[in-house]
Design a protein around this ligand. Structure first.
Ligand SMILES: *Cc1c(COP(=O)(O)O)cnc(C)c1O
Length: 463
């Protein structure tokens, strides 16, 4: 075998055996960052090592510090697993090593992104002529969409923000919901719109932006460009802002309406859950993730912009040396020039599931979340604090101290992985069901682990 084949074979063997043991192994890593560093640390060697031995050394050193994120019992943060077809396509993506920036540099990547992009717009019920950007994640998808928004609202008042920047520009009023994701703040920072200037619209008890308050905010906003940022999928409640009605209100005021739907946008792919998002298609741009609900490997985000010309104006650049096309190059949809051909894995995920499979995936996540809510509510002294409408469950275990102690104990136990958070002023244990492979048995074993954690905390006398 050649050295390359040996290295790839070693990687294949290590990857498949690691994935195979996830169904029985603890989800949590057995070593922390300092321990892994200590095992791996040495001065940069003068001499190299053959590829096969490099793979072996990496696997040996890294394995104890790996989180079982693709496990069916992983419910931390909002993190998806990896569909087999998407993982395989991702391996090919590395082997093929295409530069996805230009039509000329990879016709295959550009074509697959075109097809996957159209499929996604169809699946999510978004305008078929929208522009699509394959980003690293929803944070960058928010950046891309809000850059298109910034372009469009300033263009309408005769300001060329790409050429003249924001210094001296007409002020842009940005309206956000009280429970927006922190990545919206990052996007506003990166785009020079700032975080402190946003007008914040209060949320209701389910974490949704309040329409009446949005109407008041828009009525009181100074004349001039306005961008409204909505959310589909609150990371605590899973709930969705009233997107269609909010979009109509905002459009009455000439605003651009963006939806951060990192995981919640996928409710639109389920006939049963699409009722959470009436009027979703009436917004102007939408950000979501491939690496959460769709279960594509990292990194995979998606930006959709109804007015593709605004997207290209915000992201595109012409450079004579690049061999660019009359047609917009893929680099006119994302911040990067050179980048990974992310479309292959997204296409593979969609092709392997089909329309029905995506709906079943999304419905299955919501069904498991409902089972968690029912199981937790049946435990004495446990309260589910959100209306479980989608994939997110937040539980309180009585006092703040007891809730924190149970969350820490669940993570230490390692059977399952759920993360502590704070919502509406109190600590919660948050369960995000995002993995395609989670089974009823995974849910049952994870509920048992929570019950064990409660018993352990009570045995220590934490009240
Ligand atoms: C995860 C998430 C983001 C950020 O997505 P990344 O893929 O981590 O960049 C943005 N908004 C919401 C609602 C999220 O859940």
């Amino acid at each position: 075998m050649t050295a390359r084949r040996e290295a790839l074979q070693a990687a294949f063997d290590a990857a498949t055996s690691w994935l195979d043991q996830l169904s029985t192994a603890p989800v949590r890593p057995s070593q922390d960052v300092d321990e892994v560093t200590a095992a791996l640390w040495r001065e940069l060697p003068d001499e190299g090592l053959d590829p096969r031995a490099v793979v072996d050394e990496l696997v040996r050193a890294a394995s104890p510090g790996l989180m079982g994120a693709p496990s069916g019992r992983f419910f931390g943060w909002v993190i998806g697993g990896t569909l087999p077809a998407a993982l395989a396509a991702d391996w090919l993506t590395s082997a093929w090593d295409q530069n996805a920036g230009l039509l000329a540099s990879s016709p295959a990547s550009a074509a697959v992104e075109r097809v996957a992009g159209r499929w996604l717009l169809d699946l999510l019920g978004l305008p078929p002529e929208a522009g699509v950007g394959f980003t690293t994640g929803a944070t960058m998808a928010n950046v891309v969409c809000l850059a298109a928004a910034r372009h469009a609202v300033l263009d309408r008042v005769g300001w060329d923000v790409e050429h003249d920047g924001l210094v001296g520009a007409p002020p842009v009023t940005v309206v956000v919901g009280a429970e927006r994701h922190s990545s919206v703040e990052l996007a506003l920072r990166y785009l020079g719109l700032g975080t402190g200037r946003s007008v914040v619209v209060p949320a209701d008890e389910r974490g949704r932006l309040r329409l009446d308050a949005l109407a008041d905010t828009l009525a009181a906003a100074p004349s001039g460009p306005v961008i409204v940022v909505l959310q589909a999928g609150n990371v605590h409640s899973g709930d969705v802002d009233p997107v269609g009605d909010a979009a109509d209100l905002a459009h009455g005021r000439g605003a651009w309406v963006h939806v951060d739907g990192a995981f919640g946008l996928w409710a639109a792919a389920s006939p049963a859950l699409r009722t959470l998002l009436p009027g979703l298609e009436r917004a102007d741009s939408w950000a979501t993730d491939g690496h959460k609900t769709l279960n594509v490997p990292y990194d995979s985000g998606l930006a959709f912009v109804a007015d593709a010309a605004a997207l290209h104006a915000a992201m595109g650049e012409h450079a004579d040396y690049l061999l660019q096309d009359e047609r917009p190059d893929p680099m006119a949809t994302v911040p990067e020039m050179s980048r990974r051909a992310r479309g292959f894995a997204v296409w593979a995920a969609l092709r392997s599931l089909g329309r029905q499979g995506v709906a079943e995936l999304v419905d299955g996540l919501a069904r498991h979340a409902a089972a968690f809510a029912a199981g937790l509510a049946a435990m004495p002294g446990v309260q589910v604090v959100n209306d479980v409408v989608f994939t997110q469950v937040c539980a309180s275990f009585g006092s703040d101290e007891r809730t924190r102690a149970v969350a820490a104990q669940v993570m230490a136990d390692g059977t399952t992985w759920m993360t502590p958070s704070r919502w509406h002023g109190h600590p919660v244990l948050r369960i995000s069901v995002s993995n395609w492979s989670t089974s009823d048995d995974d849910v049952a074993r994870s509920l048992d682990a929570v019950a064990r954690a409660v018993a352990a905390v009570d045995a220590r006398g934490v009240a």
